[in-house]
Design a protein around this ligand. Structure first.
Ligand code: BGN
Length: 279
């Protein structure tokens, strides 16, 4: 039962918010590219979103306290589509949430995993977040029951993506969108910082979880459906194989324990907290 799998951030009490998870509800057929777009200021006002992309329900006590971390560079259209879509989606789940966009400064190769570590570190300075969602900006959750909160075990949320014809390509895939409690994330020393360029960082993270005996969980493929926004494929990095071979040697020394970066700029934007980081 999915309810039993959830890891609550706050204890249940009178007037706790309800969460609805109905595995039999079929996912919405939708094309996020065609989702209506609203001016960020108008949207924030209409939906009661606080500066920095923060919201919580006022008519009930939320059960989940979540930071959503999005690594970013040069994907303005996707960012707009994502924000227009995700706020109503998260509000319907009655979450206490805040969205962080972590932008990598030019010119070094993109380092998705290290940006996640930066997001974790910066979010933790703002609030004592209990649960973290680490996800790509191009992934749109299609089922409203795919709850953006943590489970007792680290969860792979995007196991069913349209670009993989809604099949899991391999059982160790842990990329796309994942949910971990702060405790689970700290237990594995976060992500490796050495994966510059495309590929392998999620496989490295999966092996970290395994090394600590953390079994990953997934909801059913009907719930875990995502639509990937169309973009050009990144060329894979050639360093990823060697980095993966040496994974185990770095678990304890490479991660949030040795994280170094510089925040070059930050703003509380209407729909998200923006952090520009040199990693
Ligand atoms: C894998 C990538 C992952 C990526 C998935 C899905 C590597 C490591 C060398 C085998 N892993 O092949 O990072 O998330 O594809 O695209 O490239």
């Amino acid at each position: 039962d999915i309810y039993d799998e959830m890891e609550r951030s706050y204890p249940a009490r009178d007037n706790s918010c309800m969460i609805t998870i109905n595995p039999r509800r079929s996912s919405q057929l939708l094309y996020p590219e065609e989702h209506p777009r609203e001016h960020p200021v108008a949207m924030a006002r209409r939906l009661g979103i606080l500066p920095g992309g923060q919201w919580k329900p006022l008519n009930c006590h939320p059960l989940f306290n979540v930071a959503i971390i999005l690594p970013y560079r040069n994907r303005q259209t996707q960012l707009t589509i994502f924000m227009n879509y995700i706020h109503p989606f998260l509000q319907a789940q009655n979450l206490d949430y805040r969205i962080f966009v972590i932008e990598q400064s030019p010119v070094r190769e993109f380092n998705r995993a290290k940006l996640f570590n930066v997001g974790y570190a910066e979010a933790t300075k703002v609030n004592d977040f209990h649960c973290f969602i680490f996800q790509d900006i191009d992934l749109i959750p299609q089922n409203p029951d795919n709850i953006y909160a943590c489970t007792k075990m680290p969860r792979h949320m995007s196991s069913s993506v349209n670009t993989f014809r809604y099949n899991l390509p391999y059982s160790g895939l842990f990329g796309g969108a994942i949910a971990l409690t702060r405790k689970q994330f700290e237990r594995v020393n976060g992500f490796s910082n050495v994966f510059y360029g495309w590929g392998g960082e999620d496989d490295d993270f999966y092996s970290r979880l395994q090394s600590k005996g953390l079994q990953v969980t997934r909801f059913g493929p009907d719930i875990a459906q995502y639509y990937m926004l169309i973009h050009n494929k990144e060329p894979p990095s050639s360093a990823r194989f060697e980095n993966l071979e040496n994974s185990a040697k770095r678990y304890d020394t490479d991660g949030i324990s040795n994280l170094e970066y510089r925040v070059l700029n930050h703003q509380l934007r209407p729909l998200y907290s923006w952090i520009l980081a040199d990693v």
